[in-house]
Ligand binder design. Sequence first.
Ligand SMILES: *Cc1c(COP(=O)(O)O)cnc(C)c1O
Length: 426
Amino acid sequence: MTIPAPVSHPALSAADPELAALVGAEEQLQADTLRLIPSENYVSAAVLEATGTVLQNKYSEGYAGRRYYEGQQNIDRVETLAVERAKAVFGVEHANVQPYSGSPANLAVYLAFAEPGDTVLGMALPMGGHLTHGWGVSATGSWFRGVQYGVRADNALIDFDQVRDLARKERPKIIFCGGTAVPRTIDFAAFGEIAREVDAVLVADIAHIAGLIAGGAHPSPVPHADVISTTTHKTLRGPRGAMLMSRTSHAKAIDKAVFPGLQGGPHNHTTAAIAVALREAAAPSFREYAHAVVANARALAEALLARGFDLVSGGTDNHLVLIDLTSKDVPGKVAAKALDRAGIVVNYNTVPFDPRKPFDPSGIRIGTPSLTSRGLGTDRMAQVAEWIDRGVAAAAKGDEETLAAIRTEVAELMAAYPAPGLPIGA
Ligand SMILES: *Cc1c(COP(=O)(O)O)cnc(C)c1O
Protein backbone atom coordinates (compact mmCIF):
# COMPACT_ATOMS: atom_id res chain seq x y z
CA MET A 1 0.00 0.00 0.00
CA THR A 2 1.18 3.51 -0.76
CA ILE A 3 1.22 5.95 2.10
CA PRO A 4 -1.59 8.43 1.41
CA ALA A 5 -1.04 12.16 1.52
CA PRO A 6 -1.98 13.51 4.95
CA VAL A 7 -5.43 15.08 4.74
CA SER A 8 -5.17 17.19 7.87
CA HIS A 9 -2.60 18.50 10.39
CA PRO A 10 -1.23 21.32 8.20
CA ALA A 11 1.35 22.55 10.75
CA LEU A 12 2.66 19.06 11.33
CA SER A 13 2.84 18.38 7.61
CA ALA A 14 4.86 21.54 7.05
CA ALA A 15 7.21 21.04 10.00
CA ASP A 16 7.72 17.29 9.83
CA PRO A 17 6.41 15.67 6.65
CA GLU A 18 7.91 12.32 7.63
CA LEU A 19 5.96 12.16 10.88
CA ALA A 20 2.83 13.64 9.32
CA ALA A 21 2.88 10.90 6.68
CA LEU A 22 2.98 8.28 9.43
CA VAL A 23 0.01 9.88 11.18
CA GLY A 24 -1.84 9.96 7.86
CA ALA A 25 -1.05 6.31 7.26
CA GLU A 26 -2.33 5.41 10.73
CA GLU A 27 -5.54 7.34 10.07
CA GLN A 28 -6.00 5.36 6.86
CA LEU A 29 -5.29 2.08 8.65
CA GLN A 30 -7.79 2.85 11.41
CA ALA A 31 -10.35 3.82 8.75
CA ASP A 32 -9.91 0.77 6.51
CA THR A 33 -9.62 -2.03 9.05
CA LEU A 34 -12.03 -3.87 11.31
CA ARG A 35 -10.54 -3.14 14.72
CA LEU A 36 -11.51 -5.86 17.17
CA ILE A 37 -8.99 -5.35 19.99
CA PRO A 38 -11.31 -5.04 23.00
CA SER A 39 -9.17 -2.48 24.84
CA GLU A 40 -9.18 -0.09 21.88
CA ASN A 41 -11.72 2.40 20.61
CA TYR A 42 -12.17 5.53 18.50
CA VAL A 43 -12.37 8.74 20.55
CA SER A 44 -14.56 11.58 19.34
CA ALA A 45 -13.15 14.56 17.47
CA ALA A 46 -13.87 16.63 20.60
CA VAL A 47 -11.79 14.35 22.84
CA LEU A 48 -9.03 14.36 20.25
CA GLU A 49 -9.04 18.16 20.06
CA ALA A 50 -8.86 18.50 23.84
CA THR A 51 -5.71 16.37 23.92
CA GLY A 52 -4.07 18.69 21.41
CA THR A 53 -4.49 21.93 23.37
CA VAL A 54 -2.12 24.34 25.10
CA LEU A 55 -3.25 22.92 28.44
CA GLN A 56 -0.32 20.60 27.90
CA ASN A 57 2.08 23.57 28.37
CA LYS A 58 1.15 23.99 32.03
CA TYR A 59 2.72 22.52 35.18
CA SER A 60 0.22 21.89 37.99
CA GLU A 61 1.72 19.71 40.73
CA GLY A 62 -0.82 19.36 43.51
CA TYR A 63 -4.59 19.46 43.36
CA ALA A 64 -7.15 22.18 42.54
CA GLY A 65 -6.82 24.96 45.09
CA ARG A 66 -3.55 23.55 46.51
CA ARG A 67 -0.90 23.72 43.77
CA TYR A 68 2.85 24.18 43.88
CA TYR A 69 2.83 26.44 40.79
CA GLU A 70 0.99 29.68 40.07
CA GLY A 71 -1.17 30.46 37.04
CA GLN A 72 -3.75 27.76 37.72
CA GLN A 73 -6.83 29.94 37.12
CA ASN A 74 -8.01 27.76 34.25
CA ILE A 75 -6.35 24.47 35.05
CA ASP A 76 -8.01 24.22 38.46
CA ARG A 77 -11.38 24.58 36.79
CA VAL A 78 -10.53 22.00 34.13
CA GLU A 79 -9.50 19.43 36.74
CA THR A 80 -12.51 20.21 38.93
CA LEU A 81 -14.82 19.69 35.95
CA ALA A 82 -13.24 16.30 35.27
CA VAL A 83 -13.48 15.30 38.94
CA GLU A 84 -17.10 16.40 39.33
CA ARG A 85 -18.13 14.67 36.10
CA ALA A 86 -16.40 11.44 37.18
CA LYS A 87 -18.22 11.56 40.51
CA ALA A 88 -21.56 12.08 38.76
CA VAL A 89 -21.07 9.44 36.04
CA PHE A 90 -19.91 6.70 38.42
CA GLY A 91 -21.78 7.77 41.57
CA VAL A 92 -18.70 8.01 43.77
CA GLU A 93 -17.73 10.42 46.54
CA HIS A 94 -14.14 10.95 45.42
CA ALA A 95 -12.26 10.88 42.11
CA ASN A 96 -8.61 11.42 41.27
CA VAL A 97 -8.14 12.02 37.54
CA GLN A 98 -4.36 12.45 37.55
CA PRO A 99 -2.91 8.92 37.11
CA TYR A 100 -0.97 8.83 33.84
CA SER A 101 -2.45 5.47 32.85
CA GLY A 102 -3.97 2.32 34.28
CA SER A 103 -0.71 0.75 35.44
CA PRO A 104 0.49 3.78 37.47
CA ALA A 105 -3.04 4.13 38.89
CA ASN A 106 -2.78 0.59 40.23
CA LEU A 107 0.72 1.21 41.55
CA ALA A 108 -0.66 4.21 43.46
CA VAL A 109 -3.18 1.87 45.11
CA TYR A 110 -0.34 -0.32 46.43
CA LEU A 111 1.41 2.80 47.69
CA ALA A 112 -1.76 3.92 49.48
CA PHE A 113 -2.76 0.66 51.13
CA ALA A 114 0.23 -1.71 51.41
CA GLU A 115 3.90 -1.91 52.39
CA PRO A 116 6.54 -3.62 50.23
CA GLY A 117 6.46 -7.35 50.89
CA ASP A 118 2.77 -7.38 51.82
CA THR A 119 0.54 -9.99 50.26
CA VAL A 120 -1.88 -9.04 47.50
CA LEU A 121 -4.45 -11.30 45.84
CA GLY A 122 -5.24 -10.92 42.15
CA MET A 123 -6.36 -12.89 39.14
CA ALA A 124 -3.53 -14.75 37.41
CA LEU A 125 -2.44 -13.11 34.16
CA PRO A 126 -2.96 -16.27 32.03
CA MET A 127 -6.46 -16.61 33.52
CA GLY A 128 -7.45 -13.10 32.41
CA GLY A 129 -5.95 -10.85 35.11
CA HIS A 130 -3.65 -7.86 34.59
CA LEU A 131 0.13 -7.66 35.10
CA THR A 132 -0.34 -5.03 37.82
CA HIS A 133 -2.47 -7.35 39.97
CA GLY A 134 0.70 -8.84 41.51
CA TRP A 135 1.98 -10.89 38.56
CA GLY A 136 5.66 -11.87 38.83
CA VAL A 137 7.21 -9.96 35.93
CA SER A 138 5.55 -6.71 37.12
CA ALA A 139 7.01 -4.51 39.86
CA THR A 140 3.76 -5.28 41.71
CA GLY A 141 4.77 -8.93 41.81
CA SER A 142 8.37 -8.38 42.84
CA TRP A 143 7.92 -5.62 45.43
CA PHE A 144 4.79 -7.25 46.85
CA ARG A 145 3.90 -10.89 47.42
CA GLY A 146 1.41 -11.73 44.70
CA VAL A 147 -0.97 -14.63 45.22
CA GLN A 148 -3.21 -15.60 42.30
CA TYR A 149 -6.68 -16.99 41.80
CA GLY A 150 -8.09 -18.25 38.53
CA VAL A 151 -11.16 -19.65 36.87
CA ARG A 152 -12.86 -23.03 37.23
CA ALA A 153 -11.80 -25.71 34.78
CA ASP A 154 -15.39 -26.79 34.07
CA ASN A 155 -16.98 -23.44 33.13
CA ALA A 156 -14.13 -20.88 32.96
CA LEU A 157 -15.91 -18.68 35.53
CA ILE A 158 -14.02 -17.10 38.44
CA ASP A 159 -13.44 -19.75 41.10
CA PHE A 160 -14.91 -18.07 44.18
CA ASP A 161 -14.14 -21.09 46.39
CA GLN A 162 -10.49 -20.57 45.51
CA VAL A 163 -10.71 -16.79 46.05
CA ARG A 164 -12.24 -17.31 49.52
CA ASP A 165 -9.78 -20.06 50.51
CA LEU A 166 -6.77 -18.02 49.39
CA ALA A 167 -8.08 -14.89 51.11
CA ARG A 168 -8.56 -16.74 54.42
CA LYS A 169 -5.19 -18.50 54.23
CA GLU A 170 -3.04 -15.63 52.88
CA ARG A 171 -4.77 -12.64 54.52
CA PRO A 172 -3.95 -10.23 51.65
CA LYS A 173 -3.83 -6.49 52.27
CA ILE A 174 -5.38 -5.86 48.85
CA ILE A 175 -7.67 -7.95 46.64
CA PHE A 176 -7.94 -7.05 42.95
CA CYS A 177 -10.91 -8.00 40.81
CA GLY A 178 -11.45 -7.23 37.15
CA GLY A 179 -9.19 -8.19 34.27
CA THR A 180 -8.20 -7.98 30.65
CA ALA A 181 -9.70 -11.16 29.24
CA VAL A 182 -12.80 -11.79 31.34
CA PRO A 183 -15.82 -12.27 29.05
CA ARG A 184 -18.35 -12.53 31.88
CA THR A 185 -19.93 -10.18 34.44
CA ILE A 186 -17.72 -9.56 37.47
CA ASP A 187 -19.58 -10.40 40.70
CA PHE A 188 -18.40 -7.41 42.74
CA ALA A 189 -20.73 -8.33 45.62
CA ALA A 190 -19.09 -11.75 46.02
CA PHE A 191 -15.62 -10.17 46.04
CA GLY A 192 -16.81 -7.52 48.52
CA GLU A 193 -18.05 -10.13 50.95
CA ILE A 194 -14.72 -11.99 50.88
CA ALA A 195 -12.69 -8.80 51.21
CA ARG A 196 -14.69 -7.66 54.25
CA GLU A 197 -14.33 -11.07 55.90
CA VAL A 198 -10.51 -10.91 55.74
CA ASP A 199 -10.29 -7.13 56.21
CA ALA A 200 -8.67 -6.54 52.80
CA VAL A 201 -8.98 -3.47 50.60
CA LEU A 202 -11.04 -4.47 47.56
CA VAL A 203 -9.93 -2.82 44.33
CA ALA A 204 -12.29 -3.12 41.38
CA ASP A 205 -10.13 -2.60 38.29
CA ILE A 206 -12.77 -1.69 35.71
CA ALA A 207 -10.30 -0.57 33.00
CA HIS A 208 -12.01 -2.68 30.33
CA ILE A 209 -15.63 -2.23 31.35
CA ALA A 210 -15.76 1.37 32.64
CA GLY A 211 -17.82 2.48 29.65
CA LEU A 212 -20.26 -0.39 30.12
CA ILE A 213 -20.67 0.55 33.78
CA ALA A 214 -21.08 4.25 32.93
CA GLY A 215 -23.74 3.29 30.39
CA GLY A 216 -25.56 0.87 32.67
CA ALA A 217 -24.61 -2.23 30.68
CA HIS A 218 -22.61 -3.85 33.52
CA PRO A 219 -23.31 -3.75 37.30
CA SER A 220 -21.42 -1.07 39.22
CA PRO A 221 -18.76 -1.95 41.80
CA VAL A 222 -19.57 1.18 43.83
CA PRO A 223 -21.49 -0.46 46.69
CA HIS A 224 -18.88 -3.21 47.10
CA ALA A 225 -15.36 -1.96 46.32
CA ASP A 226 -13.15 0.25 48.48
CA VAL A 227 -11.30 1.59 45.46
CA ILE A 228 -12.23 1.68 41.80
CA SER A 229 -9.37 1.89 39.35
CA THR A 230 -9.96 2.52 35.68
CA THR A 231 -8.32 3.57 32.49
CA THR A 232 -10.20 6.21 30.51
CA HIS A 233 -9.32 5.04 27.01
CA LYS A 234 -11.02 1.66 26.58
CA THR A 235 -14.84 1.30 26.56
CA LEU A 236 -15.09 4.72 28.27
CA ARG A 237 -13.83 6.19 24.98
CA GLY A 238 -11.67 8.95 26.43
CA PRO A 239 -7.99 9.84 26.07
CA ARG A 240 -5.22 7.56 27.33
CA GLY A 241 -5.35 8.12 31.07
CA ALA A 242 -6.77 6.76 34.29
CA MET A 243 -8.80 7.54 37.39
CA LEU A 244 -8.99 6.28 40.96
CA MET A 245 -12.34 6.55 42.70
CA SER A 246 -13.46 5.83 46.26
CA ARG A 247 -15.47 6.94 49.24
CA THR A 248 -14.34 10.11 51.01
CA SER A 249 -12.70 8.05 53.75
CA HIS A 250 -9.99 6.84 51.31
CA ALA A 251 -9.62 10.13 49.44
CA LYS A 252 -6.56 11.40 51.32
CA ALA A 253 -4.63 8.13 51.03
CA ILE A 254 -5.30 7.89 47.29
CA ASP A 255 -4.49 11.53 46.51
CA LYS A 256 -1.24 11.39 48.50
CA ALA A 257 -0.21 8.19 46.74
CA VAL A 258 -0.76 9.62 43.23
CA PHE A 259 0.95 12.92 44.07
CA PRO A 260 3.51 13.26 45.56
CA GLY A 261 3.82 9.51 46.11
CA LEU A 262 4.19 8.38 42.54
CA GLN A 263 3.87 11.20 40.04
CA GLY A 264 4.81 14.81 39.40
CA GLY A 265 2.72 17.18 37.30
CA PRO A 266 -0.59 15.97 35.92
CA HIS A 267 -1.13 15.90 32.15
CA ASN A 268 -3.64 18.74 31.96
CA HIS A 269 -4.50 18.21 28.29
CA THR A 270 -5.41 14.63 29.16
CA THR A 271 -7.44 15.81 32.16
CA ALA A 272 -9.37 18.11 29.81
CA ALA A 273 -10.04 15.29 27.38
CA ILE A 274 -11.18 13.05 30.27
CA ALA A 275 -13.66 15.79 31.20
CA VAL A 276 -14.97 15.85 27.62
CA ALA A 277 -15.26 12.06 27.49
CA LEU A 278 -17.16 12.04 30.80
CA ARG A 279 -19.56 14.65 29.47
CA GLU A 280 -20.14 12.38 26.47
CA ALA A 281 -20.55 9.38 28.79
CA ALA A 282 -23.28 11.20 30.73
CA ALA A 283 -25.39 11.65 27.58
CA PRO A 284 -28.30 9.29 26.80
CA SER A 285 -26.58 8.29 23.54
CA PHE A 286 -23.73 6.76 25.56
CA ARG A 287 -26.18 4.44 27.34
CA GLU A 288 -27.28 3.30 23.90
CA TYR A 289 -23.65 2.86 22.89
CA ALA A 290 -22.80 0.73 25.95
CA HIS A 291 -25.79 -1.55 25.42
CA ALA A 292 -25.04 -1.79 21.69
CA VAL A 293 -21.46 -2.87 22.47
CA VAL A 294 -22.81 -5.77 24.54
CA ALA A 295 -25.54 -6.67 22.03
CA ASN A 296 -22.92 -6.76 19.27
CA ALA A 297 -20.57 -8.95 21.33
CA ARG A 298 -23.41 -11.37 22.09
CA ALA A 299 -24.45 -11.52 18.43
CA LEU A 300 -20.85 -12.03 17.35
CA ALA A 301 -20.39 -14.80 19.93
CA GLU A 302 -23.56 -16.55 18.72
CA ALA A 303 -22.41 -16.34 15.11
CA LEU A 304 -18.97 -17.73 16.02
CA LEU A 305 -20.50 -20.60 18.03
CA ALA A 306 -22.70 -21.43 15.04
CA ARG A 307 -19.50 -21.73 12.99
CA GLY A 308 -18.01 -24.20 15.46
CA PHE A 309 -15.66 -21.89 17.36
CA ASP A 310 -14.87 -22.71 21.02
CA LEU A 311 -15.46 -19.65 23.18
CA VAL A 312 -14.01 -19.45 26.69
CA SER A 313 -16.98 -19.67 29.11
CA GLY A 314 -19.21 -20.42 26.13
CA GLY A 315 -19.98 -16.82 25.24
CA THR A 316 -19.97 -13.30 26.65
CA ASP A 317 -21.82 -10.90 28.93
CA ASN A 318 -19.77 -7.85 28.02
CA HIS A 319 -17.73 -6.40 25.17
CA LEU A 320 -15.21 -9.19 24.65
CA VAL A 321 -15.02 -12.71 23.34
CA LEU A 322 -12.11 -15.05 23.98
CA ILE A 323 -11.72 -17.69 21.28
CA ASP A 324 -9.87 -20.95 21.93
CA LEU A 325 -8.51 -22.00 18.53
CA THR A 326 -7.20 -25.42 19.64
CA SER A 327 -9.98 -27.24 17.76
CA LYS A 328 -9.21 -25.24 14.60
CA ASP A 329 -5.57 -26.42 14.61
CA VAL A 330 -4.23 -22.86 14.31
CA PRO A 331 -2.12 -21.24 17.04
CA GLY A 332 -3.45 -17.86 18.22
CA LYS A 333 -0.45 -15.96 16.93
CA VAL A 334 -0.65 -17.45 13.44
CA ALA A 335 -4.37 -16.62 13.30
CA ALA A 336 -3.88 -13.08 14.65
CA LYS A 337 -1.17 -12.30 12.11
CA ALA A 338 -3.18 -13.74 9.24
CA LEU A 339 -6.30 -11.80 10.27
CA ASP A 340 -4.19 -8.65 10.40
CA ARG A 341 -3.25 -9.24 6.76
CA ALA A 342 -7.00 -9.60 6.11
CA GLY A 343 -7.67 -6.19 7.66
CA ILE A 344 -9.09 -7.64 10.87
CA VAL A 345 -7.08 -6.49 13.88
CA VAL A 346 -7.14 -8.77 16.95
CA ASN A 347 -4.61 -9.88 19.53
CA TYR A 348 -3.39 -13.37 20.34
CA ASN A 349 -4.16 -14.29 23.93
CA THR A 350 -3.73 -17.11 26.42
CA VAL A 351 -6.83 -19.07 27.31
CA PRO A 352 -7.34 -20.47 30.83
CA PHE A 353 -5.17 -23.58 31.41
CA ASP A 354 -3.42 -22.89 28.12
CA PRO A 355 -1.01 -25.71 27.26
CA ARG A 356 0.94 -23.34 24.97
CA LYS A 357 3.39 -20.57 25.93
CA PRO A 358 2.21 -16.98 26.64
CA PHE A 359 4.12 -15.64 23.62
CA ASP A 360 2.55 -18.33 21.42
CA PRO A 361 -0.83 -19.11 23.01
CA SER A 362 -3.97 -20.96 21.89
CA GLY A 363 -6.42 -18.11 21.62
CA ILE A 364 -7.36 -14.77 20.17
CA ARG A 365 -9.22 -12.01 22.01
CA ILE A 366 -11.76 -9.89 20.18
CA GLY A 367 -14.20 -7.17 21.21
CA THR A 368 -16.85 -4.82 19.88
CA PRO A 369 -16.15 -1.32 21.34
CA SER A 370 -14.53 0.07 18.18
CA LEU A 371 -16.90 -1.32 15.58
CA THR A 372 -19.86 -0.15 17.69
CA SER A 373 -18.37 3.36 17.77
CA ARG A 374 -18.51 3.27 13.97
CA GLY A 375 -22.19 2.37 14.07
CA LEU A 376 -22.07 -1.30 13.06
CA GLY A 377 -25.06 -3.12 14.55
CA THR A 378 -26.00 -6.72 15.35
CA ASP A 379 -27.08 -7.21 11.72
CA ARG A 380 -23.40 -7.01 10.70
CA MET A 381 -22.04 -9.55 13.20
CA ALA A 382 -22.75 -12.60 11.03
CA GLN A 383 -20.54 -11.01 8.36
CA VAL A 384 -17.79 -10.32 10.90
CA ALA A 385 -17.95 -13.95 12.11
CA GLU A 386 -17.81 -15.17 8.51
CA TRP A 387 -14.63 -13.15 7.87
CA ILE A 388 -13.02 -14.47 11.05
CA ASP A 389 -13.99 -18.03 10.10
CA ARG A 390 -12.69 -17.68 6.55
CA GLY A 391 -9.56 -15.88 7.78
CA VAL A 392 -8.73 -18.54 10.37
CA ALA A 393 -9.25 -21.30 7.81
CA ALA A 394 -7.02 -19.41 5.36
CA ALA A 395 -4.39 -19.02 8.11
CA ALA A 396 -4.39 -22.81 8.60
CA LYS A 397 -3.79 -23.37 4.88
CA GLY A 398 -1.48 -20.42 4.29
CA ASP A 399 -4.01 -19.12 1.76
CA GLU A 400 -2.84 -15.53 1.18
CA GLU A 401 -5.23 -15.00 -1.71
CA THR A 402 -8.27 -15.42 0.53
CA LEU A 403 -6.75 -13.11 3.15
CA ALA A 404 -6.24 -10.42 0.51
CA ALA A 405 -9.82 -10.88 -0.72
CA ILE A 406 -11.17 -10.46 2.82
CA ARG A 407 -9.09 -7.32 3.23
CA THR A 408 -10.83 -5.75 0.24
CA GLU A 409 -14.29 -6.75 1.51
CA VAL A 410 -13.51 -5.35 4.97
CA ALA A 411 -12.30 -2.02 3.58
CA GLU A 412 -15.46 -1.76 1.49
CA LEU A 413 -17.78 -2.25 4.46
CA MET A 414 -15.73 0.02 6.72
CA ALA A 415 -15.98 2.83 4.16
CA ALA A 416 -19.74 2.81 4.80
CA TYR A 417 -19.19 3.41 8.53
CA PRO A 418 -16.93 6.46 8.99
CA ALA A 419 -15.10 6.36 12.32
CA PRO A 420 -15.37 9.15 14.92
CA GLY A 421 -12.32 11.38 15.10
CA LEU A 422 -10.86 10.37 11.75
CA PRO A 423 -10.52 12.92 8.95
CA ILE A 424 -11.30 10.14 6.47
CA GLY A 425 -14.75 9.45 5.09
CA ALA A 426 -16.44 11.71 7.65
C1 LIG B 1 -5.57 -1.88 30.41
C2 LIG B 1 -5.58 -2.32 31.82
C3 LIG B 1 -4.70 -1.76 32.77
C4 LIG B 1 -3.53 -0.90 32.43
O1 LIG B 1 -3.71 0.18 31.71
P1 LIG B 1 -2.50 0.91 30.93
O2 LIG B 1 -3.12 2.22 30.68
O3 LIG B 1 -2.23 0.09 29.73
O4 LIG B 1 -1.35 0.99 31.87
C5 LIG B 1 -4.86 -2.13 34.09
N1 LIG B 1 -5.79 -3.02 34.46
C6 LIG B 1 -6.62 -3.60 33.58
C7 LIG B 1 -7.63 -4.58 34.06
C8 LIG B 1 -6.53 -3.28 32.23
O5 LIG B 1 -7.34 -3.87 31.36
